[in-house]
Design a protein around this ligand. Structure first.
Ligand SMILES: [Cu+2]
Length: 149
């Protein structure tokens, strides 16, 4: 086997491995980042750590419209934010992704709450948290690997 055909075989193998890694019915590969996933009526992983100023990507894997909206306090189900910051709110959206930036300048350990404006206490859990952590590392992708009904 010459070097060229060996290289070609290697590339085919890498491509196949990359496809296999996507898995399941996922059709969209999303990059590493800070993810909140919505699946059905649930936030499957409702605790997230991210640095201040990070971009959060919300992946709605259900066909149902949901929001990720900053909440004034745990299970308050009202829009609210920390003093001097603007509350985040994706707005209502069906299957797909939305992004929003976290405020900058927040101290490590600061906890931000979020909820779904449409379903409030019906979501499981009803409130999720984002904890500010300067050392937090992005995950390789959203829980479940992609989005779609
Ligand atoms: Cu909802």
């Amino acid at each position: 086997m010459n070097a060229r055909s060996s290289l070609r075989i290697s590339l085919v193998f890498v491509a196949a491995a990359a496809l296999a890694a996507c898995g399941g019915s996922s059709s969209s590969a999303l990059p590493a980042g800070y993810y909140i996933t919505i699946s059905g009526m649930a936030f499957p992983v409702a605790t997230l750590e991210a640095p201040a100023g990070a971009t959060i990507t919300v992946v709605n894997q259900s066909a149902m419209g949901h929001t990720v909206t900053q909440e004034a306090a745990l299970d308050a189900f009202t829009l609210g934010s920390l003093p001097g910051t603007t509350p985040f709110d994706t707005g209502l959206f069906p299957a797909g992704t939305r992004t929003f930036p976290l405020p900058t300048g927040l101290a490590d350990g600061t906890v931000l709450y979020y909820y779904c404006r449409t379903h409030t206490s019906l979501m499981v859990p009803s409130t999720g948290t984002i904890t500010i952590r300067a050392s937090a590392q992005p995950s390789s992708g959203p829980a479940g690997g992609g989005y779609g009904p």
